[in-house]
Ligand binder design. Structure first.
Ligand code: SAH
Length: 236
């Protein structure tokens, strides 16, 4: 494994399954309960970790990865709920930036998003070159009409609510929501490592989200894996 290793992180086993099936893994290290698979995939040195669902486990996985391996870029791959009318189930969102939508004050009148504890404006910006590579690979994989770039909203909640998904669109101008991206992004920023988040839509984060997720998660997760593999092949 050399400097220039690409770190690949996901939340759930289904989100790395097809990559692990294709990779040649030379060793697996277990750190803090997460397996880090070190090897080669599509001509690139990689370390692949399925870190768990939610902000805490994904941030812990990212920190362990960046502490332990000579990772030059991080790609998060997985599935998400689509926000707003632009995306449909199985469309792909490449994040341009990410925000933790559940970070702030709980007041008498309810929740007020407020990034100030973090000492930042609350938005973590993805690397432009990685976004371009991801868009190219995504367009080849699912067709250019199914690829969108924009903001992803992250929180420790599975969103299955018309009202909340509308709030995410109006408050943040988000086009997808999930449970890990902004947490991994914040850790990558701390380490000064460029990152991108790729998500294929399993649902629309609405009243039908749970059923849609159950039906589409496998196909959506696999689409995202294929995009990552296309990116790796393009980096050679
Ligand atoms: N029923 C599943 C739920 C997993 S949580 C289970 O019990 O295992 C959903 C996962 O998919 C998270 O990793 C999250 O990032 C992503 N996701 C997909 N659709 C989502 C949505 N509508 N809201 C939030 N996260 C979503």
């Amino acid at each position: 494994m050399e400097t220039g290793t690409i770190g690949i992180i996901s939340a759930m086993p289904v989100e790395v399954a097809s990559m692990l099936g294709k990779a040649s893994i030379s060793r697996t290290d277990r750190i803090g309960g997460t397996d880090f698979h070190v090897g080669r995939l599509c001509g690139a040195d990689v370390v692949i970790a399925q870190a768990g669902i939610g902000k805490a486990l994904s941030a812990a996985g990212a920190a362990a990865m960046l502490c332990r391996y000579p990772v030059s870029s991080v790609i998060f791959t997985g599935i998400a709920g689509g926000v707003g009318d632009r995306t449909r189930v199985l469309d792909v969102v490449i994040a341009t930036d990410l925000v933790q939508h559940d970070y702030g004050f709980q007041e008498q009148n309810g929740f007020r998003w407020s990034p100030e504890f973090s000492g930042t404006d609350g938005y973590s910006v993805c690397d432009g070159a990685l976004v371009r590579l991801a868009c190219e690979a995504a367009a080849e994989t699912v067709g250019p009409g199914h690829v969108f770039t924009g903001r992803i909203a992250t929180g420790d909640q599975f969103v299955a609510s018309e009202a909340y998904v509308k709030y995410l669109q109006e408050q943040f101008d988000a086009i997808a929501c999930e449970m890990e991206g902004a947490a991994v992004a914040a850790v990558c920023e701390q380490y000064g490592v460029p990152f991108v988040v790729i998500r294929c839509m399993s649902d629309k984060a609405d009243g039908n989200a749970t059923e849609s997720f159950e039906k589409m998660a496998g196909t959506a997760a696999d689409n995202s894996c294929r995009i990552v593999m296309g990116m790796l092949a393009g980096m050679r």
